[in-house]
Design a protein around this ligand. Structure first.
Ligand code: HEM
Length: 487
């Protein structure tokens, strides 16, 4: 054992450790004694190595990179990182599957999470989207039911495709997303070869208080690549993770062209499509894609747990000039993610380096577990000795004070709107699923039907019949083929 190693092993309180292989015992064959506190520290810390995995999107891969603006959006937003050409902003992106736990495969037939944290000069903006432009639901109260139906069977702890179809048979709003999921695009070949979408309608507002509605699109510059169910079954469970990490390590820097669809407030009033319905896309012919920048990922994490596992993305991480929308699902998410972070990572999750804004942070929140980390990216030491209440008389001495110029324009409500539980089952569930089906080639239709039949055949007759009815409502040929496939 070297007497003075270059890097001395220490306990977590910094004391050098003389022997890390042998606990203190009463004699060479005797029991361990209480003096073995170094051993106990190791064992106790080991017991706490895991934090709760994400309840959804548990399995994922993250990397850092850069967003570079290619268009000046001063007319739409006051967000500095979008005002001017060629502005660069650091990003951290995390890609994931949705339903499986950390023990599942990267190649499940499942939507992929596509979350991007933009470390802007006025705070972190998180675009927490998926690789599909729509979602299964319109109301956030259905999210836990939906996810339960996708997770393992509570009795057998095995995947349960029949339960998934039982939910969908009772919930026709899912049909558009089900059609995408069961299509040839249902299993991306890697995280590099897929698009990303905000899916939700978000908003932007400018210096004169005008608001527009926007949908974000991240178009892969690597091209789309997918796997068939048979190909996916051959892949190792960690294949998409390995692919991304290795591509970045090789210096390939996977990239996406970042685009927006923009709808004015006036257009939203007359649009034939409900602008805040997450089960619908906006036709590109009516709302063309406008390129606003490019995102490239060029740096792997140094420590998976510290960075990717503790990354905390939230749709409520908005910055001046970028806002939410009345989409009910999005509204539910504005609450859900911060709540998940406080539980999963801790009240001070935003002080961890991966989550900390790159701009100064000054507020009146105090304390909580692990508060007072060393200054990182402008986060101060539990706000030091500054005032811990507002209002105070110390703004002139540097106490944080609200910034009136970033007031978001008010959102007008519908005339005579009343608070009630509105049933939106009368929304059109089928047209866009049918239009998508009719865009598919013969080969794509065959794959779609085979993928549906593989799972739906495991459900009971009533569920099969209701699903066939839904496919028929989208397109008679779609329904007829699934019915035939089910025999
Ligand atoms: C009301 C509906 C929804 C609820 C309540 C919900 C809730 C959650 C929760 C609790 C997490 C785990 C967060 C964490 O532990 O850090 C999560 C993760 C995630 N959700 Fe949702 N979700 C909803 C809908 C959606 C939709 C519609 C999308 C995409 C358009 C989406 C995309 C994601 C992504 C990408 C992640 C993983 C973020 C990461 O990489 O850490 N979710 N969701």
């Amino acid at each position: 054992m070297p007497d003075r190693p270059a890097c001395p092993l220490t306990t977590s309180n910094g004391a050098p450790v003389a022997d890390d292989d042998n606990s203190l015992t009463a004699g060479p064959r005797g029991p361990v004694t209480f003096d073995s506190w170094r051993t106990f520290e190791k064992l106790a810390h080991f017991n706490r190595e895991r934090i709760p995995e994400r309840v959804v999107h548990a399995r994922g891969t993250g990397a850092y990179g850069t967003f570079t603006s290619t268009r000046d959006l001063s007319d739409l937003t006051i967000a500095p990182f979008l005002r001017g050409h060629g502005r660069t902003t650091e990003v951290f992106a995390r890609f994931s599957t949705v339903g499986g736990g950390q023990d599942s495969s990267d190649f499940a037939r499942d939507p992929r999470g596509f979350a991007v944290k933009f470390y802007t000069s006025e705070g972190n903006f998180d675009m927490v989207g998926n690789n599909t432009p729509v979602f299964f639901l319109r109301d956030p109260s259905k999210f836990p039911d939906f996810i339960h139906s996708q997770k393992k069977n509570p009795a057998t702890n095995l995947p349960d495709p029949a339960a998934a179809y039982e939910f969908w048979a009772n919930h026709p709003a899912s049909l558009h997303q089900v059609t995408i999921l069961m299509s040839d695009r249902g299993i991306p070949a890697s995280y590099r070869h897929m698009h990303g979408f905000s899916s939700h309608t978000l908003s932007m507002w400018n210096a004169t208080g005008e608001r527009v509605w926007v949908k974000w699109h991240f178009k892969t510059l690597q091209g789309i690549r997918n796997l068939t169910a048979a190909e996916a079954a051959e892949r190792p469970p960690f294949g998409a993770h390995k692919d991304l990490v290795e591509a970045i390590a090789r210096g390939e820097a996977p990239a996406w062209s970042v685009k927006l669809q923009v709808m004015t407030a006036a257009q939203a009033k007359t649009c034939r499509i409900h602008p805040f319905d997450l089960t619908k896309v906006w036709p590109h012919a009516d709302f063309p894609l406008v390129e606003i920048g490019r995102m490239a990922l060029d740096r792997n994490v140094e420590n998976y747990f510290a960075e990717t596992e503790q990354a905390a993305f939230s749709p409520a991480n908005l910055v001046p000039g970028l806002g939410a929308s009345p989409d009910k699902m999005l509204q539910g998410r504005l609450l859900a993610y911060g709540d998940a972070h406080r539980y999963r990572v801790g009240a001070n999750a935003n002080q961890l380096p991966v989550n900390a804004p790159r701009c100064p942070v000054h507020h009146y929140q105090r304390d909580g577990a692990m508060a007072g980390m060393p200054p990182a990216h402008g986060t101060t030491n539990n706000q030091g000795g500054g005032a811990n209440f507002w209002p105070n008389d110390r703004a002139a001495q540097g106490s944080p004070a609200p910034v009136a110029r970033v007031t978001e324009p008010p959102l007008p409500l519908e005339k005579d709107a009343a608070v009630a539980a509105y049933d939106n089952a009368d929304e059109d569930n089928f047209s866009q699923a049918g239009a998508l089906y009719r865009l598919m080639s013969e080969d794509q239709r065959k794959q779609l039907v085979a993928n549906i039949v593989a799972g739906l055949s495991q459900a009971d007759a009533s569920i099969r019949a209701r699903m066939v009815q839904q496919f028929r409502a989208a397109d008679p040929d779609y329904g007829a083929r699934v019915e035939k496939g089910l025999g």
